[in-house]
Design a protein around this ligand. Structure first.
Ligand code: 6PG
Length: 253
């Protein structure tokens, strides 16, 4: 049996996955604002969350003015570069919703990567009103999953996967193979909630290896929230190799 609790939601296709993801985003935001007056969220990069992002702008009750938006990883490229995770999110919804500019926190891709990682870690603690070595607890961190089991920009075999102190580190790799900044597991695992958004047949093997086999060599297997909920929002293709018993045992209900 799995050590840490997670739950799985399977949607028929990419469109319904995006719709459900957007509604969950809205619900989590409303809950956080109700409880503490603001919503501290980190977005995933890559293509998987973009359908969900594009639906957010149309949702009527999202309290945008109470958001602080961060990124769980970023490619060290100009913000207007097509491979920028910030640039994609800006195009998909941020440019059209009223989050105050000072509450949008892109990773500093224009600094040297090592300096950018330190600056972002400082910015995190400043917004969360914490001192080193306290670790910010996000209300929600979105994560993607690579075919190789990476998440954020934590790639298999990289030392950054075993980082235990720094909250943000600089790495080089992935597709595109560029310098990147990424959250580390001390920061990810301090979150109150994590949501993987995964779609497509090419991810089914990694989904099975992480959820059912808990393959320890895969970085995504290291997501273990001490008290938060870990949600896997999948389309049918990405869930296609999971046993029925797994789907029923871990259904989000
Ligand atoms: C990145 C992403 C990365 C992504 C996975 C899945 O910046 O590359 O954060 O971790 O989530 O690689 O990417 P796709 O969603 O494009 O398949």
């Amino acid at each position: 049996m799995r050590k840490n609790k997670l739950c799985i939601m399977v949607e028929e296709n990419k469109e319904s996955l995006a719709e459900t993801g957007a509604r969950l985003f809205e619900r989590k935001a409303l809950e956080a604002v109700e409880k503490q007056g603001r919503f501290l969220v980190a977005l995933a990069g890559g293509s998987s969350p973009r359908g969900m992002h594009r639906k957010l702008g149309a949702l009527p009750s999202i309290p945008w003015q109470d958001f602080h938006i961060f990124w769980g990883d970023e490619r060290c490229v100009p913000l207007d570069d097509p491979s920028s995770n910030y640039g994609a999110a800006w195009e998909d919804f941020i440019g059209r919703v009223p989050v105050p500019a000072e509450q949008i926190h892109p990773m500093p891709g224009n600094e040297t990567p090592q300096k950018g990682a330190l600056l972002y870690e400082e910015e995190l603690r400043q917004v969360f009103e914490l001192q080193h070595p306290q670790v910010p607890a996000f209300d929600l961190i979105f994560l993607g999953l690579g075919k190789d089991g990476h998440t954020a920009s934590l790639f298999p075999g990289y030392p950054s996967v075993r980082e235990t102190e720094a909250l943000v580190v600089a790495v080089k790799g992935g597709d595109p193979d560029v310098h990147r900044l990424t959250f580390t597991f001390p920061l990810i695992n301090a979150a109150r909630g994590v949501m993987f958004v995964v779609s497509g047949k090419d991810k089914a093997g990694a989904v099975k290896a992480v959820i059912e086999e808990q393959e320890e060599t895969l970085p995504a297997s290291k997501v273990h929230l001490s008290s938060g909920d870990q949600i896997w929002l999948l389309d049918r293709e990405a869930a296609s190799l999971l046993k029925d018993a797994t789907l029923s045992a871990f259904s989000c209900g």
